[in-house]
Design a binder for this molecule. Structure first.
Ligand code: GDP
Ligand code: ZN
Length: 331
């Protein structure tokens, strides 16, 4: 199964496959599981998003025990989510307007995870087509193909749904750009939040999921949870806000990660920074992969450097390089 949320010592696991034919009818059921002691002893922490092997299943009371954790494809730490396939970097064209340096920080942080990313610009109905065209060609120079979207007009939402299908994605971006609204829109009518409370909602569990972080103190989280849970199951509102995977209407999982709202670039070193700029990657790859004369070239005018300084974000590269150098000196 897949771990969809964690609460204290319990993990909620959605059953993805069954070992015996008599269990097939239980696919999509959510089990409340404890973690086998031996996993705790070897400090094998189980994360939301982990694919796990569940044993000791009680189908009637919907309980089980996590016996083992399958190897992770990827892992992000804040919030902790395993097996993230895709990052959706979301900014808005207006309100707030795109700030190129901030956008660069987010892109560098996202690139540094090694997880594929999509850049989307929201609230496009607030800008004219001319401005969009300019942004498109500008971002193309940076090495990105932006998806233009709007929660208001629904433009681009089908494209995003297509991009996010059948995978676990994390949505990152500054506050106010429309992340919560987008999650809501992509979730469509199929409630997911209630799924944590009401297993009947898991009939369609093969649909995509959204990941919601426990620290997501947004109105969206409260409204949706409270509303859905109380109408569906008649029970009170949740008090816990652990990371949860919640189904989307098009397949996969999506996470809102406040931890990402301020890219720390902690994992970026002065040597690795250049790799996270598509412009530099391209210059080094022109006419086949080339190398600067010095193997530890930082591309700041060293003799025999293949990276020229005639591109828009070169000054951002230098600025981030300085920031990282200072951090590294103090570490
Ligand atoms: P978050 O902080 O990134 O989660 O952003 P929210 O989803 O809370 O949205 C911030 C504000 O932007 C809210 O007032 C939304 O109604 C508004 N908003 C979200 N999407 C759009 C959009 O496509 N167009 C416009 N004009 N406003 C939007
Ligand atoms: Zn160089």
């Amino acid at each position: 199964g897949t771990v969809v949320s964690s609460q204290a010592n319990f993990m909620r696991v959605v059953v993805n496959s069954a070992s015996q034919s008599e269990d097939w009818g239980n696919l999509g059921m959510e089990l409340l599981c404890v973690v086998k002691d031996v996993l705790k002893k070897i400090k094998r922490r189980v994360l939301v998003g982990d694919r796990v092997l569940v044993g000791a299943i009680d189908w009637v009371d919907k309980g089980g025990r996590i016996e083992n954790v399958f190897e992770r494809k990827s892992e992000i730490l804040d919030p902790p989510v395993a097996n993230v396939d895709h990052l959706l970097v979301l900014f808005s064209i207006e309100q707030p307007t795109v700030e190129p340096f901030t956008l660069t920080r987010f892109l560098v942080e996202a690139e540094s995870t090694g997880i594929p990313l999509t850049l989307a610009l929201n609230k496009v109905e607030l800008a004219d087509e001319g401005a969009l065209k300019e942004w498109k060609s500008r971002l193309h120079q940076w090495g990105y193909e932006p998806v233009f979207c709007s929660n208001d007009t629904k433009r681009g939402l089908d494209t995003l749904q297509f991009i996010l299908r059948e995978q676990t994605s994390v949505i990152v971006g500054p506050s106010g750009v429309g992340k919560s609204s987008l999650i809501n829109a992509l979730r469509g009518n199929r409630s997911v939040v209630g799924a944590v409370e009401d297993e009947n909602l898991f009939e369609n569990v093969c649909l995509p999921f959204v990941v919601v972080s426990r620290t997501l103190g947004s109105k969206w989280f409260e409204e949706q949870r409270v509303g859905e849970v109380s109408t569906r199951s008649g029970r009170g509102k949740h008090t816990t806000r652990n990371v949860s995977l919640l189904p989307l209407s098009g397949g996969g999982y999506l996470a809102d990660t406040p931890g990402f709202n301020q890219p720390s670039l902690m994992k970026v070193t002065k040597q690795s920074l250049a790799q996270y700029f598509p412009e530099i990657r391209k210059m080094l790859e022109q006419d086949g992969p080339g190398k600067c004369s010095f193997s530890d070239c930082l591309h700041i005018g060293e003799p025999g450097c293949l990276v020229k300084g005639d591109w828009e974000r070169f000054s951002y590269y230098l600025q981030l390089l300085d920031e990282i150098k200072i951090r590294e000196e103090f570490q």
